[in-house]
Structures are given as C-alpha cells and as structure tokens.
Design a protein around this ligand. Structure first.
Ligand code: MCN
Length: 784
C-alpha cells in the first residue's frame, strides 16, 4: 500500500469543509425567486377530514397559495409506494393501504400532512398554516402493536383487515417442533425492541423547482439515494418524467436510513412549484422531524431456543409482531422479514429455525429501516437467548458460544443466508483478551467494596450487508436491483474524477473511494475527486444504505479502474514500444518492468486525449464505466463485550468498559472504519440505555417529541471504546471487504442489556434501561 492507498489511515478529505462550517446542505441553496413552504399537519392520530377551509390562510400576508390533497389527486399525483412485496403464509400479497402525500379524507397519525402553504417567507408560511381550518371528526386510534389485531380495534386502512399487513413465515416449523420435543433444555424470553427516532443532525429539507420555459424540474433534497428518488417520483408518483427531473442530494448531514425514503414533502414541493410557478423550499424543524421522519424497530417478540444435553442449540423459534405505523414506507416490509428472520442463526450452528412475523398498522408514524434495520432486532433475540441460556445452565457464556459457533465456511443456514467467511473464535479471543475477561471477578469484588454492582455481558453478532445479488432480491420481492455503478474519468491532465452512484452523508467516501485510485495508479490524493449525489452528473446508482457502498459501490469502482488500467497499459505499451504485459503503473508513472523506460501518468492521459499517437483503431479518451452486481451479501461479524457498574441507590448504569472486536474483511481506511464503529456503538448504546419513542396510548400524541423527552446519547454516556479487529477476507468481492457502517448499532444493545442484567441479578429488563427501570428490576430481584 502507498501512503494514501488501501489500508492507510488517511484523514477525511471532506472534513475540512464540514468542520469549518462550509458544507453545503439543501437548506443552504438559494434558487432565484424561491419561496417557502410550511405543512399543515394532523393534530390527531386518527380522524376523518370533513372539509378544509383555506380562505383565511390564503388571505394572510405573503401567502402565495395553499394546496390540498384533493387537488393533488386531480393532478394525478400518485400514492407513496412500498418497494418490497411480501406474501403471507397463505400466499396472499401484503395488504397495503393508500398513502397520499397530502391526506385526502382521513388522517392516520399525528403529523400526517394535510396541506401545503407557500409564502414569501418561512414565518409567513408557518403563520398561515396555523389558520388553515381543517374540520376533523376525531376517531378512536390504535397505538400499541400488540393491540392492533384485537377484535374491535380501530382500523387504520380498509384494505388491511384487523390491521394485519402480512403474516409471514420463514423456516421449517415441523423440524423446529421436533427439536423442541426432544430438547433437554428450553430457554424462552419475551423481548421488546424499542421504537427509535433517527435524529440526524440535519433535518429533512427539499427545494422543488419547476422551470416552465424549459419544462424541467429540479429537486434538491436530503436523500441517501437521489437516483432512486428520481426513479420513484417519475415512475410511481407521476411528478415529472425521468428525463425532465434532476435530483440533487448535496451534502447531507447524517441519514442513518431515515433519508432513504421518498417522503410526502419533496413530492409536494415539486408539485407545488409547478402549481405556484415559484421554486418552493421546505425545511423541517426539529418537532416535525420527531413526528415524521420514519421511526424504527418496534418489535414485540416471543422467542425460544432448544438445547440438547450437551448444550448444543438444536432449534430456535421466534414470533414477532412488527409495528409498521400508519403507512408502509419504501422498505418497511423488507426490514422485519428478509433483513430480520434471515439472521436468526446468528453465529451458531442451529439446525432448525422458524420465524413468524405479523406486520401491523397502528396510528403512529411510519416505521422503516434505520441503522442495522432488522439485524439489530435479530441479534437482540439471539444474543439475549444465548446469554440467558448460559445463566440458566450455569455455564460460561463464552463456552456456550464457542461450543455452538459455526466453524467452517461457506455455511448454509436454515434461513436463506449462506455465510461466506468468518472466524468467530478469533473474534471472541480478541474481545475477551482486550477486556481482560478473566479478571472480571476481581473487578466485581472491587466494585462491590465501593458499593457498586458490576456486570459483564457479551454479544456475538453476524450481519448481512451489501444486500445482493439483484436477481436473488428480485425473487424475494424487491422492486429494485441492488447493483452499483461507477465511472472513472481520467482528465486530459491526468487528474481523476470518480463518479459513483453511492451517496456519502458522513461515511467518508470522498476519502476511501479516492484511496482506491491512489492505490491503483500511485497518484496523490489531491489529484482525485469523487462526484456523487446528482442525477445529471452520475449516470445511475442505487445510493447508500445497508452498508453497501464499500462492498458494492467500491467494487464497481474497481471494475471501472480495471478497464482504465487495461486501456492505459495499451497506450503506454504503444508509446514505449513495449509489450502490454510488461507495463506496470505505479507512483504516477507507466513503466516497462525491469527497465528505465517510463511515461508519466499525466503524459499518458494527454496522449489519450490528443489522440495523435494511439494504437491503431483505439478510441480516443480515457474514461470507463462499470456496473457491479455482487454474487452474495457480505457477512461482517463481531464479538462485543460490555462491562457496567450500576449504582444500586439510583439505578444509574455507567458503562466502564466496552470492547468491539469486528471482522470487516480487508479494511480500506482503518481510521474511517473505527469512526463508523464508534458512531454505531453510540446509537446501539443509545437504544439500550436512553432512547425510546413513546406515544400516548389513547390519543396517539408523541410524548417524546423533543430532546427534553427523547434522550440522545452524549459523550459522557459513553466510555472510550476499544475496537480490536480481525480479518477474514470476503471471497465475494474484488477487494475482499465487508461493510462496517451498521455493525456497532447491531452488536451493542444485547451486550449492554446482558451486562446490566448480570449486574442486578434480574433478567427481566427491557430497553431503554433507564435508571428507573433498572432500579425497579433490581429491587424486584432483591425482594424475591
Ligand atoms: N470501509 C473501509 N473498509 C471496509 C469497509 C468500509 O474502509 N472494510 C469504509 C468505506 O469505504 C466507507 C465507510 O467505511 O467510507 C462505510 O462503508 P460501508 O460499511 O460500506 O457503509 P456505507 O458507506 O454504505 O454507509 C452506509 C452505512 C449505513 S447503512 C448507515 S445507516 C450509516 C452508516 O453507514 N449512516 C451513517 N454510517 C453513517 N455515518 C454517518 N456519519 N452518518 C450516517 O448517516
């Protein structure tokens, strides 16, 4: 590797503009003549709209227009889609209710958009939105997922009887029954996976601009996947034809999944721009973000494992109710199915697995993928069960895990996944060593002397990311392909632009993607630029989510680099009068191996563009593109160990040590990967200790609608992490890498809860483990 090549700790190029406040986010863009939008939102969880009177609002100062759902329908704007078809066990397709970007006759959650006001200033738009008079007939709401299917429960959509969207199964029920019948031990848990609110630093924002003279639309938006946004808005929402719509996702201040989806607001801003004749900008305030950014997780599960007399796990079954909220957003159906049940084998050889997922509607904000998406929920089920089993059997959690680990690869699980590589023993060795697992008993005694309860908990996760190949996901119901594209443009002076369909919103692509080019041609970092986030610049792409930009996006870059390298070698061989096979490209030069004959990279590029002296028949230029469709997911894995101290007087938990040992295959930039793990850990620990969305169970009001009530993790809630890494090369992609962007959020919650329950001696504890809950669980344990 060179100083800036693969494996180097290159500082993030993009941070200069981010940390000096010079990033350009959607709300920073000013389009000439631009006006401002505010949305009128439902104050009720469930109500019928009897009428909407916009006249008073229209008369307010600065108001340009007020537009409503029925007008949108008249203009033929389509309903919001869910892009992944799931079939119930009886073969019927999922029952999808209509989601109009602006509600037409019914509102289904607090925050549901009803009308858009466009005015000269943001303040005037908001003032006018206040006086839009919506005549609501309030209806009863259903809020809790476990109540959604009750007889007589309020119905969210007429299409979904009993609020059941699908009743889906995976695995072999009979084999699982048989294994449970023969089991020497059974371990059963009721498990809640708490609802989360994403809270990206930058709120969602959109500018819709219709240019009448050119009959062309531009949408600036906080998107993780601008090409998908363009595709969906054209093909399904009838907002604009694809060739007349440019979507720009500039700097985006964090997404974590919540900016994958095409929300009502960007569709409405584009449509409103055409209606009003002015560019329309909307930026959410924090309260709108809490209410309307897709929420996450929210599973109610009963799960059980069977073990034989030798402590081998013989079967696992899980029954889950997944709350999808009031509408089905883009990937909402994939998250609790193919991203969840397929990971229930964890790192273990479990011969029989069966999972049933009932997805339900409730009168709450739509729920969709958020960092980890389904895999944190699966890991939480498996790792809480395994740790509990060790406790109930009175054996070491390390030994129980080691005994059941999958030890040879490839390994076909009973739930679709074919794990390609891994070394779980090496990970548990690295983690136990880093935390000094054997010294825990001594540390516990020492803590006891200080009046503190010390506990240790483990979690061994496996993740499937870089979801692929397209044909396989298509056969499972996906409405899109999951390849990625790249183009390498060597300019005439030898500098390089990489155009990618991935989108960076914090992951450091401008650095890691450039490292591939530096590595390949020995060019300085400064000579390489990454272009992304604009459908007019980049031909096509599927965007960033599911930790795919490394394994899939970078592989497309590698493929395009291969083509550029091959052509460059042909040109160099021609200029140097040598054999193509003898050319090597390094340190910014093309050389004939073993001689002093060279041509500098910039001269070679120039030669490609002057085209004065190219091999016969060769096209001028040095620019190549590639599409890459992987052959499998990648399977990062890890062993996380958390050590806590609980204050028995207050129930407050302090994380005193946290080790995350991960295997991400070959690491391109260790510093960026460590940063990704740190961020994921903060989110996973946040879920375990602090975060949880709460709705009033009767009115459906979001009780945790601000940072006063929804606790985000802060620096002083987190320890200094230790992140040792092991490496098994991924055989499925040319770089041998596995995605790292979600691991921390997937592996950490069970480690934290396993540690706290160990400390307090009561296994009955749900997330978030707030001081109140921990104190109550501790005292319940002491009383018994
Ligand atoms: N990388 C590497 N070596 C590897 C694997 C990855 O150097 N073996 C580098 C990649 O080149 C990239 C970064 O690590 O720069 C993350 O790569 P990857 O794991 O492929 O993830 P993506 O780039 O596809 O990012 C998506 C992932 C997801 S799904 C969520 S959610 C998430 C996350 O990344 N959201 C984030 N990390 C985030 N980080 C920030 N700051 N903000 C978000 O919104």
């Amino acid at each position: 590797m060179g100083m800036e090549g693969i494996g180097a700790r290159v500082a993030r190029k993009e941070d200069k503009r981010f940390i000096t406040g010079a990033g350009r986010y959607t709300d920073d863009f000013v389009v000439p003549g631009m006006k401002f939008a505010a949305f009128v939102r439902s104050p009720h969880a469930h109500a019928r709209i009897r009428g909407i009177d916009v006249e008073a609002a229209r008369a307010m100062p600065g108001v340009i227009d007020v537009l409503t759902g029925p007008e949108m329908k008249t203009d033929g704007i389509g309903n919001i889609i869910c892009g992944w078809m799931i079939h119930s066990k009886d073969g019927s397709p999922m029952k999808m209710g209509a989601w109009s970007p602006l509600a037409t006759d019914t509102v289904r959650y607090v925050g549901d958009a009803v009308a858009i006001v466009v005015a000269e200033t943001r303040g005037q738009a908001r003032d006018a939105a206040e006086v839009v008079d919506v005549d609501y007939e309030e209806l009863e709401a259903v809020i809790l997922p476990e109540k959604a299917m009750d007889p007589g429960a309020p119905q969210v959509h007429p299409e979904a009887e009993n609020n059941l969207i699908f009743d889906w199964v995976l695995g072999d029920e009979a084999a699982v029954e048989e294994a449970f019948g023969k089991a020497a031990h059974r371990v059963k848990l009721d498990i809640l996976n708490n609802r989360l609110i994403p809270n990206a630093i930058e709120p969602r924002s959109a500018i819709g601009h219709y240019n009448k003279a050119e009959d062309h639309y531009t949408c600036y938006t906080t998107s993780q996947n601008p090409h998908v946004a363009r595709l969906v808005m054209s093909a399904f929402y009838n907002v604009a034809p694809e060739n007349k719509l440019r979507v720009i996702a500039p700097d985006v201040g964090g997404g974590f999944g919540s900016k994958i989806y095409i929300y009502p607001e960007e569709i409405t801003c584009l449509w409103a721009s055409k209606k009003t004749g002015v560019p329309v900008k909307w930026t959410a305030d924090r309260s709108e973000s809490f209410l309307t950014d897709a929420h996450a997780r929210d599973h109610v599960t009963t799960a059980e494992i069977a073990l034989d007399a030798d402590h081998r796990i013989t079967a696992l079954r899980a029954d889950t109710i997944a709350n999808l909220g009031a509408y089905m957003s883009l990937f909402s159906s994939a998250t609790p199915t193919y991203l969840y049940a397929t990971l229930l084998s964890g790192q273990y050889e479990i011969p029989a697995i069966y999972c049933n997922v009932k997805a339900v509607y409730t009168h709450t904000c739509p729920v969709d993928a958020y960092r980890g998406a389904g895999r944190p929920e699966a890991t939480y089920v498996v790792e809480r069960l395994v740790e509990t089993a060790a406790r109930e059997l009175g054996i070491s959690p390390v030994e129980l895990r080691r005994k059941n680990f999958i030890k040879s690869f490839p390994y076909q699980t009973p739930v679709i996944m074919n794990y390609d590589s891994g070394d779980f023993g090496a990970l548990i060795d690295a983690a136990t060593k880093a935390i000094d697992y054997d010294g825990f008993a001594r540390r516990k005694e020492e803590a006891k002397a200080r009046g503190k309860l010390r506990g240790i908990g483990m979690s061994c996760y496996i993740e499937a990311c870089g979801i692929a190949p397209s044909a396989a996901v298509g056969s499972l119901g996906a409405g899109v392909g999951l390849w990625e594209s790249a183009e390498i443009r060597v300019n005439a002076v030898g500098t390089v632009e990489v155009l990618t369909g991935a989108h960076s919103h914090g992951q450091g692509h401008e650095t890691t993607f450039a490292q591939l080019v530096c590595d390949r041609f020995g060019l300085p970092m400064d000579n390489v630029s990454i272009v992304h986030g604009d459908t007019d610049k980049v031909q096509m792409g599927m965007g960033t989510y599911g930790s795919r930009s490394g394994p899939v996006g970078m592989s497309a870059i590698v493929k395009a680099l291969d083509k550029v390298e091959a052509k460059a070698k042909k040109i160099a061989a021609h200029i140097l009068e040598a054999d193509e096979g003898d050319i090597v490209i390094e340190n910014g030069e093309c050389k004939v191996a073993g001689t002093d004959k060279t041509v500098p990279w910039f001269q070679l590029a120039l030669a490609a563009y002057t085209a004065h002296n190219l091999p016969g028949g060769m096209e001028p230029g040095l620019k190549e593109g590639a599409f890459y469709d992987p052959t499998n997911f990648t399977f990062p894995s890890g062993c996380y160990i958390c050590e806590v101290e609980v204050d028995p007087d207050t129930g407050k938990t302090e994380i005193v040590q946290f080790v995350a040992a991960d295997d991400f295959g070959r690491v391109i930039n260790p510093m960026i990967v460590e940063g990704q793990v740190h961020g994921g850990l903060a989110q996973g620990i946040g879920q375990a200790l602090l975060e949880g969305a709460a709705y009033d169970r009767t009115t459906g009001q979001l009780v945790t609608g601000s940072y006063m009530d929804y606790t985000m993790p802060r620096a002083d809630d987190l320890p200094s992490f230790q992140v040792p890494m092991t490496e098994t090369i991924c055989p499925g992609n040319p770089l041998g890498i596995k995605g790292c962007g979600e691991a921390g959020a997937i592996g950490s919650p069970p480690a934290v809860i396993n540690a706290i329950t160990d400390a307090i001696g009561n296994n009955d504890l749900s997330m978030p483990a707030t001081p109140q809950k921990v104190w109550a669980a501790l005292n319940a344990a002491t009383r018994h």
